[in-house]
Design a binder for this molecule. Structure first.
Ligand SMILES: [Zn+2]
Length: 332
């Protein structure tokens, strides 16, 4: 009886205490301190995103210039900057941060200048506002890259605003037309192409250990774009094997062309197989490639990694032979 009473008393006490359970209490934190931390971490996050995009732009620029001859007329004048409007930030959070921290608007602000690029040589610096290129007003309606792609001129006339308006004449340098941009996605499915851009995911950036790793991913995607479009039978019974064979051949060829681009741009090639292997360890479905997977239809797959690694030796031999014979490093 006494035991039961004790138990009941305990239960009552527990129920009463539950009302003021410390876990249910509102946490008492200093709002200003929280705000401060929000902007501090947010600012760092923005800075990091820009740092990644700058790496992507540097690698992409180098490959585009080195590959200009191989892009089969699909070239555009390159400026060599990362310039952003607020709308160019890839997520709502980054858009808000960019507004609050950098005060980005609908105008283009130069955030990074690719070393050695036409913009660099002409003295464009981070912070410059880009107003017009060859007469076209840049801004909400006219994006920078498509505007550049539409220019068929030896000189880029860029109106910039620093302290005052100024016009900079920049001798155009041609490069493959597909520039690379960073996506906020954490997916690791390497790179894809959308709206004429090579898209590199943050997930992939985190996988890269060197600039050559990053260049390899961009170059592989450029390799896909350089290939003639292959008509593929729609997936279905009997066609799956044929489709897979075509996709596998495409992947091997994209690696080959990518390695040629890297070689021409002066990147080391010796870590290429290791990079592929590391990606496949993280994403083991890439060992096989499955044309029917829904995520594969939405994103380029880049599977068949073992076959690609085996084929890589052949590509490297081909490049080494051209170099040994002092032939141009151009795929036959
Ligand atoms: Zn691929």
């Amino acid at each position: 009886m006494r035991k039961r009473l004790t138990a009941l008393a305990c239960l009552a006490a527990c129920l009463t205490l539950a009302a003021c359970d410390p876990r249910l209490r509102r946490p008492d934190v200093d709002r200003h301190e929280v705000r401060g931390l929000e902007s501090e971490v947010g600012e760092e996050s923005l800075r990091r995103f820009l740092e990644h995009q700058a790496r992507v732009a540097d690698a992409s620029h180098r490959l585009r210039v080195a590959g200009a001859e191989l892009c089969d007329g699909e070239v555009a004048p390159l400026l060599g900057v990362v310039a952003w409007r607020r709308v160019d930030m890839p997520s709502r959070q980054l858009k808000n941060l960019a507004r609050d921290v950098w005060h980005l608007t609908t105008d283009y602000r130069v955030m990074h200048v690719v070393p050695g690029s036409p913009a660099h040589r002409a003295g464009v610096v981070a912070g410059d506002q880009l107003l017009r290129v060859n007469g076209t007003r840049l801004g909400a309606q006219n994006a920078l890259e498509p505007t550049l792609r539409g220019i068929d001129d030896d000189v880029l006339v860029v109106e910039v605003k620093r302290e005052k308006r100024d016009e900079i004449r920049i001798p155009a340098e041609s490069g493959c037309r597909h520039g690379a941009v960073l996506s906020a996605s954490n997916r690791l499915v390497t790179a894809g192409t959308a709206d004429d851009y090579v898209i590199v995911t943050m997930g992939l950036i985190r996988m890269t250990r060197s600039d050559a790793d990053l260049a390899q991913v961009i170059a592989h995607q450029m390799g896909h774009q350089m290939q003639a479009t292959v008509e593929r039978p729609p997936p279905g019974p009997g066609t799956l094997l044929a489709t897979e064979a075509l996709v596998r051949a495409d992947e091997i060829e994209a690696d080959r062309l990518g390695l040629f681009l890297m070689a021409r741009a002066g990147y080391p090639l010796d870590g290429a197989d290791d990079m592929l292997e590391r990606i496949a360890i993280e994403e083991p479905w890439m060992l096989f490639e499955v044309a029917t997977r829904p995520e594969v239809t939405a994103w380029p797959a880049h599977g068949f990694v073992p076959a690609r690694i085996v084929a890589m030796d052949r590509h490297l031999d081909e490049i080494a032979e051209k170099r040994a014979n002092a032939d141009p490093v151009t795929p036959d």
